[in-house]
Design a protein around this ligand. Structure first.
Ligand SMILES: [Zn+2]
Length: 167
């Protein structure tokens, strides 16, 4: 009984520790989103982390284009470190299907984001529909984590960008 309590406590502490890390890294991805916006690009920024080491840190290339921040970060991390087993992708705005595909084929199995696609225009994606069900059918599980604490901070950058691009 005591052992069980202790195990649960350990897991709880570990989870808290991981969440603190997630928040730190996700904040860096959001800072990249801001940087991307300030350079006139779509407000997406991403970083890839493995074992506490940042393997890549990227912003979007000019829109419209193939080079989304998340695809760029994963590609750069792959170039630096090879197959990304155990790595995590941090991105302000939930990834599109292309970037999820790039992440999957890099060997990465965890994506952490702040803003779900349902909170922004569906035109930013291939489809406005929720693609989480599709993820659940992948041969190997790709875990996605939504950090609600940072949603407003990340959404703010997107709203500012939208305001600048209103016609
Ligand atoms: Zn994308």
């Amino acid at each position: 009984m005591l052992q069980l309590l202790y195990d649960n406590y350990e897991k709880h502490q570990l989870k808290k520790f991981m969440q603190a890390d997630d928040i730190t890294y996700l904040k860096q991805a959001i800072a990249n989103s801001r940087k991307s916006k300030e350079q006139g690009n779509f407000p997406a920024g991403a970083i890839v982390v493995n074992d506490g080491k940042i393997l890549a840190s990227e912003i979007s290339s000019p829109y419209p284009g193939l080079f989304h921040a998340d695809s760029k970060a994963v590609t750069q991390a792959f170039k630096n470190a090879g197959v990304l087993t155990g790595a995590t992708l941090y991105i302000g705005l939930e990834s599109c299907l292309m970037c999820i595909g790039v992440a999957y084929w890099s060997g990465l199995r965890r994506i952490v984001y702040a803003v779900p696609k349902t909170k922004v225009s569906g035109s930013y994606y291939e489809t406005p529909q929720d693609t989480n069900k599709l993820l659940q059918t992948f041969n190997e599980k790709l875990e996605t984590t939504h950090i609600t604490e940072l949603e407003q901070e990340a959404l703010k950058v997107i709203k500012e960008w939208e305001k600048q691009h209103e016609s």
